[in-house]
Ligand binder design. Structure first.
Ligand SMILES: Cc1cc2nc3c(=O)[nH]c(=O)nc-3n(C[C@H](O)[C@H](O)[C@H](O)COP(=O)(O)OP(=O)(O)OC[C@H]3O[C@@H](n4cnc5c(N)ncnc54)[C@H](O)[C@@H]3O)c2cc1C
Length: 448
């Protein structure tokens, strides 16, 4: 793995940082006004969204043919890191990421030509907004056991169910929705659909108020007998599990790329404060306990970078990186939470005040260990990877640039050739090897 950034990549990072400082100043909350969801606030939020699209953010990872910039993953995440450093509107950053990785990537991989032509250019150019709807009230971590039903009728499917906590839903025009088309078939009974606002029976609930991330719109998506023609199926009927797996891998690996920039900004500001703030006649940075905490922030940032860049590098090599995605998600989210907490703490009482960004960023950061699979679920997935025969035989569980061998590869598989097929996993089951269906109940493989 090459750690050196090219001049072009450095420029992309720097330009994104400057763009964010110039065009996305403020928290974004004032843009929404006192009552999020009010028309004026929504229009101002859309304006910020369009500015991002003008810079190219929503098209970073999409091919030029679909109106994107066609960047490789490493370059895209480095640009997002710069964006995160310059922009403290963490809600907007999450909303952008939810579209980039959870809507753009599954459409790119599984979308029909017609679906790609219909949606990708608009998403890249900021004219349309996308949402990924998997979670339900009864299936969160156990995300593959959805209650939403897709009942086959002549020429398509009738969808019934309610999706919960869907980022971007209040603003979205396009929804990637996962439903059970054959409930008894488990993983292979799931089917993903591309639905659009305005379809009869598709209703978006009122915007949800959250602890933080106020500028990341969120709502329920209710499917009251929505008619989805066969052309609305994303990928194959019964291939919804593969869509989820693919989407979550990208989400976990890349969603927190802007958080690298956030952590950099918090570290710089907290260090500057510790150098300037005097107690007992000297700068507080000179107290060992303060220095230790700054060192922890620094170390967490650097390790987060290494994990995220490694994930991006593996994807650029066309490799499966499910395990790296889990490790990246777990470590970066926990580091973001800890870094934000330390930024509040080392600023003293001032850090606890609303005037500074730290308490808000800490509230925003708290969500990162929940979305895209909780910290506990990532622990489960990482631990399960150690149960795979390859790891038990002494092979490295987290190869740098090498594919996992054998069943471990299948369990985290997202090779260039395609998702794990039903027949391949069926053969695994026959051999009694570990795979999706063989994961312990409630474990990561069986869930998110
Ligand atoms: C800001 C934000 C944005 C989101 N955006 C989206 C979105 O766009 N689309 C979408 O579909 N969903 C979205 N979600 C939902 C998110 O994916 C779920 O909240 C998450 O998967 C956890 O599910 P849950 O909330 O039902 O918690 P639960 O699954 O009920 O978990 C509750 C607690 O139990 C623990 N737990 C559960 N099972 C296990 C286990 N097997 N082992 C150990 N611990 C376990 C969890 O770690 C957690 O601490 C979002 C959530 C947030 C907070």
């Amino acid at each position: 793995m090459d750690f050196a950034w090219t001049d072009e990549q450095c420029q992309g990072h720097e330009q994104a940082r400057l763009f964010a400082q110039r065009e996305l100043a403020g928290t974004g909350a004032e843009e929404l006004g006192e009552a999020p969801g009010k028309e004026a606030g929504r229009e101002r939020w859309r304006e910020r969204w369009r500015k991002c699209a003008g810079f190219g953010v929503q098209g970073l990872n999409l091919p030029v043919a679909h109106g994107g910039l066609g960047l490789d993953t490493r370059t895209a995440v480095h640009v997002l890191e710069g964006l995160g450093e310059g922009c403290s509107d963490n809600g907007l950053l999450l909303a952008l990421g939810a579209q980039l990785w959870s809507v753009g990537m599954p459409l790119l991989r599984f979308g029909s030509e017609a679906q790609q032509r219909r949606w990708l250019p608009g998403l890249a150019q900021g004219e349309s907004i996308g949402a990924f709807a998997l979670t339900e009230a009864e299936s969160g971590s156990d995300g593959l056991h959805v209650r939403t039903r897709a009942v086959a009728e002549a020429g398509g499917y009738r969808l019934e169910g309610v999706k919960a906590f869907v980022t971007n839903a209040p603003e979205a025009e396009v929804f990637v929705v996962v439903a059970a088309s054959a409930a008894e078939a488990g993983y292979f009974g799931l089917t993903a659909f591309v639905l659009e606002r305005g379809m009869a029976g598709l209703e978006v609930g009122p915007g949800l108020r959250k602890m933080g991330l106020e500028t990341s719109p969120m709502a329920e998506v209710r499917l009251n007998g929505v008619w989805a023609p066969a052309e609305a199926v994303l990928g194959e009927v019964g291939g919804g599990g593969a869509v989820v797996r693919h989407t979550l891998e990208w989400e976990r690996g890349c969603l927190l790329a802007p958080a690298l920039g956030t952590m950099e900004r918090l570290l710089q500001a907290t260090t500057a404060h510790a150098r300037g703030r005097k107690q007992f006649g000297r700068p507080i940075i000179n107290f060992e306990a303060v220095g230790e905490r700054l060192a922890e922030m620094r170390l967490r940032l650097e390790v987060s970078r290494l994990l995220l860049y490694q994930f991006a590098w593996l994807k650029d090599q066309g490799q499966a990186a499910g395990l790296q995605a889990s490790m990246t998600k777990l470590y970066v989210s926990e580091s973001l939470r800890r870094t934000a907490e330390l930024a509040v703490h080392l600023h003293g009482a001032a850090g606890y005040m609303r005037e500074l960004e730290y308490e808000r960023t800490w509230r925003d950061a708290m969500a990162s260990s929940l979305y895209s699979g909780t910290t506990e679920m990532q622990h489960n997935l990482i631990a399960e990877s150690l149960l795979q025969p390859a790891a038990a035989a002494g092979e490295r569980a987290a190869p740098s640039g090498r594919r996992l061998a054998g069943p471990a590869a299948a369990a985290t598989s997202e090779p260039g050739a395609g998702p794990p097929s039903a027949s391949a996993l069926g053969r695994q089951r026959e051999r009694g090897e570990a795979g999706v269906e063989y994961a312990p109940a409630g474990s990561g493989e069986a869930g998110r």
